[in-house]
Design a protein around this ligand. Structure first.
Ligand code: T4K
Length: 368
């Protein structure tokens, strides 16, 4: 039986990558903001339609250091229907996450519930464009302005996504992207912070924080970390960027096949295309309603697994139920997220997933 995993990293050919890294064996310049790192930054700023970009060793450190750089304090409003990274980045900065529920349509933050969670301790909103579905960026901007809050987006899943022709990172004060091996665009491990406004010193601060707080050889101003993207990562990015549009087009075909096969089945909820959004088809989440569909999410998961198909329960468990946060949060605050986390399964999705493989997955789910 052919094994199918939830995703498979996009890679250039060995020849293309070898060609890209060849000069590293002459220059011996391997990291610390080298020429490939700088070239990738330039190309990505253009691709993502954003004025400022800084590259990091991974998305998580990009987010953690972004929160530090913004000097946030007290409470940060966020959602628990996400990867561990989002909540951990807040807590590791000594801040308190305040969990807002998500909406049942696209699983992003429920903007009607944000204002009731704002207190005098709130300093920011940190919503997640989960699965590549964008948040209600306009309403979030309105709320943030009214209450003088910062907005940081966890845009780990939204590489290349645009809203009304604007790069998604042009919304909010800043956005974090992940370029992990499992993402639409990867640099093996990697990440970025993007933002438009550069008049607040954010660029300089982030540059310092990802390099031990060093401003120059003799001046260390910040308690920084080490989170630099190295030249081999950047080389992978330069190669993958050449093919990313093709990859997204192929992913779209896979998604369309899933929609065709599963879209009209009672008890199965699939994501709808968002209006005015150029999508990237990052994930394919399916919600199984056991009463109507006849099987629970866990039963579908197991059924696929015995057939060597490894779908994933992204995002279960909710971050506010993690062992490390035991007793700290009230699950009653996020009922929609809790319900989704018990019913969602993300099906295999990657550019080279063949149509007959998609059909096999759908046949098993539909009991054909
Ligand atoms: N915010 C959000 C909303 C995120 O989803 C993430 C990361 C972050 C922040 C933090 O960004 P990073 O610091 O990671 O850049 C994976 C990824 O490791 C993680 O990046 C991602 N989200 C999360 C949703 O998924 P795991 O633990 O599920 O990965 P793993 O090792 O089980 O891999 C999943 C599948 O991917 C494998 O079954 C096969 C495929 N795969 C995996 C690897 C490692 C490949 O094809 N190649 C590979 O090299 O977390």
């Amino acid at each position: 039986m052919e094994k199918i995993l939830v995703t498979r990293s996009s890679m250039p050919t060995l020849e293309e990558y070898a060609e890209e890294i060849k000069d590293l064996f002459e220059t011996h310049w391997l990291t610390n903001m080298g020429p490939k790192h700088n070239a990738l930054e330039e190309k990505l700023a253009e691709y993502l339609k954003v004025k400022n970009i800084l590259l990091f060793s991974n998305g998580h450190m990009a987010l953690e250091l972004l929160i530090q750089a913004m000097g946030l304090s007290g409470e940060v409003i966020t959602t628990p229907f996400t990867f561990a990274s989002t909540t951990h980045a807040i807590v590791r900065n000594g801040l308190t996450p305040v969990f807002c529920d998500v909406n049942p349509e696209d699983y992003t933050i429920d903007v009607t519930k944000i204002e009731s969670l704002i207190t005098e301790r709130t300093s920011a909103i940190l919503p997640v464009h989960v699965y590549g579905h964008i948040c209600d960026v306009e309403e979030i901007e309105r709320i943030a302005k009214k209450h003088h809050l910062k907005v940081i987006y966890d845009a780990a899943h939204t590489f290349g996504v645009e809203y009304r022709g604007r790069g998604i990172a042009s919304f909010g004060d800043a956005s974090m992207f992940s370029f992990h091996a499992t993402k639409v665009f990867n640099t093996i491990e990697g990440g970025a912070v993007c933002f438009n406004n550069s008049e607040n010193g954010l660029r300089e601060k982030l540059f310092s924080l990802k390099n031990f707080g060093i401003w120059d050889e003799d001046v260390i101003k910040d308690v920084g970390a080490n989170s630099k993207m190295n030249e081999f990562q950047a080389a992978m990015g330069l190669c993958n960027l050449r093919h990313v549009d093709d990859e997204i087009a192929k992913r779209k075909k896979v998604v369309e096949r899933y929609q065709e096969r599963l879209g009209r089945t009672g008890g199965i909820r699939i994501s709808q295309e968002q209006r005015d959004v150029k999508a990237n088809y990052a994930y394919y989440p399916v919600i199984f309603e056991p009463e109507t569909f006849g099987k629970t999410r866990d039963e579908v998961y197991d059924l696929l697994k015995v057939n060597e198909i490894y779908a994933r329960k992204y995002f279960y468990p909710l971050t506010n139920t993690f062992d490390c946060y035991k007793g700290r949060f009230d699950l009653g605050d996020t009922p929609v997220a809790l319900d989704l986390s018990k019913k969602v399964l993300t099906l295999p999705l990657y550019a080279d997933l063949r149509m007959e493989q998609v059909d096999r997955i759908c046949d098993i789910i539909l009991g054909k």
